[in-house]
Design a protein around this ligand. Structure first.
Ligand SMILES: Nc1ncnc2c1ncn2[C@@H]1O[C@H](COP(=O)(O)OP(=O)(O)O)[C@@H](O)[C@H]1O
Ligand SMILES: O=P(O)(O)OC[C@H](O)CO
Length: 506
């Protein structure tokens, strides 16, 4: 990107996501030069539970990082910095002495702590938690998952109190393993998803730590997203590499999409869907059940975002493919949707792991409405893809209602994630939101964002004003729906959602 940098100043990124781990090597112009990816199994031990085997995560991290370096024909000494992006909220606790986890990682989608959340809600803590953390009481976040592990794994609480255990989200766990236990740290974006961090100051909140009964010795140190996280053990990647950029994957995508200005939005459609609106250095509060979250922290200065979190986006497509066996590949859903009968109005509310923003109903049940004798997999595929558009419209409406400058907010909406490959879904999104949707040429924006943070800290990549010039459009989807049809269909979606929500008297 700047001609003065030596050609060996590459950046390696590990993107540890919900269903797969990717590693990408970028050169000093921020061009990707090699990539490796490995999927890993999801563990559904009980209904509503989702776990990952930490050793499998670690194996995929090492495997993909080594493979990417090898494909690039580079050695560790060619890498100026390592960046990490990770699935957020997913919770691990491990032994400080051995680095061995005491339990499988409890994944962000896991609902097992719904009753702990009910108790917090009943005891009147919602306001305090929202004020300090920008979050809501929901099993999604790490805090109640930590409490659950301490209470359910035999001996864990006593060991934690003796200082023998360490907690971390996936970034912390990887930093611990990569540095051989020398660094126990978390970046500010990941900390902001734990339910324990005061996002006004970027520090652990003693009241919340006490409320959830979590020994302070468990907690990692909160650091800038662009900054030093130690060095990898030389034997892991063939030489020591400095870890200099860390961010939760959704925040990393916001950076990779160059949404640096307040009012810009990115939406990532992977397993879930996450829509983030940059609100600058101002911490904005939502009146419409969105989250406030740290977008990144650099030189101790925090930037913030409003976030709408959709728990099932691509997950619903995966269900059609792997659960029902209706399609062989995810991409087939677009072709089926295209051929669906326009006269049928089917709705799928994909509350497979409850509903996130703006409903926050962890017990909501998935449902399909409008089935007739004429319904085929074509209409079901269309309803599945449409559910992503409808859920996004729910969230955009909340963002615009929270916004003092809604016109500015309607100017930049950039998409990425596996599902953004679906032209049919992106056109439906533009139609439903009634605004243009921009898809970038380089879609690994999560890795790009973490790589940018690491390269920026290493002095290899330039400041945001220059970096954002490299963002390139692949395709703009223009809205093209008949307003009456669009709004009638959306009202039908809203009716279907009402049926999926837990009745108030339960
Ligand atoms: N052409 C497509 N049409 C619809 N869904 C797709 C398409 N390609 C990928 N997906 C969905 O995108 C998801 C994978 O996206 P990815 O960003 O890799 O997810 P994650 O980071 O959560 O692991 C899967 O759920 C898959 O079903
Ligand atoms: O790994 P992804 O892309 O599904 O993202 C998961 C989110 O970080 C959960 O909050």
């Amino acid at each position: 990107m700047t001609a003065s940098h030596p050609a060996h100043a590459h950046v390696l990124v590990i993107d540890q996501g919900t269903t797969s781990t990717r590693a990408i090597v970028f050169d000093h112009h921020m061009h990707p030069v090699a990539q490796a990816q490995e999927e890993f199994p999801q563990i559904y031990a009980q209904p509503g539970w989702v776990e990952h085997n930490p050793e499998t995560l670690w194996a995929t991290v090492l495997g993909t990082a080594r493979a990417a370096l090898q494909k690039a024909g580079l050695a560790a000494s060619d890498i100026a910095a390592l960046g990490i992006a990770n699935q957020r909220e997913t919770t691990l606790i491990w032994e400080r002495s051995s680095g061995r986890p005491i339990h499988n990682a409890i994944v962000w989608q896991d609902r097992r702590t719904a009753s702990i959340c009910d108790r917090l809600e009943r005891d009147g803590h919602a306001e305090l938690i929202a004020e300090r953390t920008g979050l809501r009481i929901d099993p999604y976040f790490s805090g109640t998952k930590i409490s659950w592990m301490l209470d359910q794994v035999p001996g864990a609480r006593a060991r934690a109190e003796r200082g023998e255990l360490a907690f971390g989200t996936v970034d912390s766990f990887l930093i611990w393993r990569l540095t051989g236990g020398r660094v126990h740290a978390i970046d500010a974006t990941n900390a902001s998803r734990t339910l324990l961090c005061d996002i006004r100051s970027g520090t652990w909140d003693p009241d919340l730590v006490r409320l959830l009964d979590i020994p302070v010795s468990l907690l990692p140190e909160i650091r800038d997203s662009a900054g030093s996280f130690g060095e990898t053990l030389p034997e892991l990647l063939g030489g020591a590499i400095a870890i200099r950029g860390v961010a939760g994957d959704q925040q990393a995508a916001l950076i990779g999409q160059c949404c640096f200005s307040p009012g810009t939005i990115k939406a990532t459609y992977g397993t879930g869907g996450f829509i983030l609106l940059n609100t600058g250095t101002e911490l904005k509060r939502s009146k419409h059940r969105l989250l406030s979250t740290i977008a990144w922290q650099r030189n101790g200065v925090r930037h913030y975002a409003l976030e709408g979190s959709i728990f099932s986006a691509g997950a619903a497509v995966q269900w059609l493919r792997d659960g029902l066996g209706l399609v062989e590949s995810s991409a087939e859903t677009g072709r089926l949707a295209e051929a669906a009968d326009p006269a049928q109005t089917l709705y799928l509310v994909p509350a497979f792991t409850g509903l996130g923003a703006p409903h926050w109903d962890s017990r909501a049940q998935a449902l399909i409405t409008g089935i007739t004798r004429g319904t085929t997999k074509k209409e079901l595929a269309r309803a599945t893809l449409e559910s992503v558009g409808f859920q996004t419209r729910d969230l955009l409406a909340a963002m615009l209602a929270d916004d003092d400058e809604p016109d500015r907010t309607r100017s930049v909406f950039r998409v990425d994630g596996g599902m953004s490959a679906s032209n049919w879904t992106m056109q439906f999104l533009a139609d439903t939101l009634d605004m243009p949707i921009d898809r970038p040429a380089f879609r690994e924006t999560t890795a790009m964002g973490a790589g940018y943070l690491a390269g920026l800290d290493a002095g290899v990549y330039p400041e945001p004003e220059i970096f954002e010039r490299q963002w390139k459009l692949d395709r703009r989807f223009m809205p093209n729906a008949v307003p009456e049809d669009r709004d009638r269909r959306y009202r039908g979606w809203q009716r279907a959602v009402k049926l999926a929500l837990t009745p108030q008297d339960e």
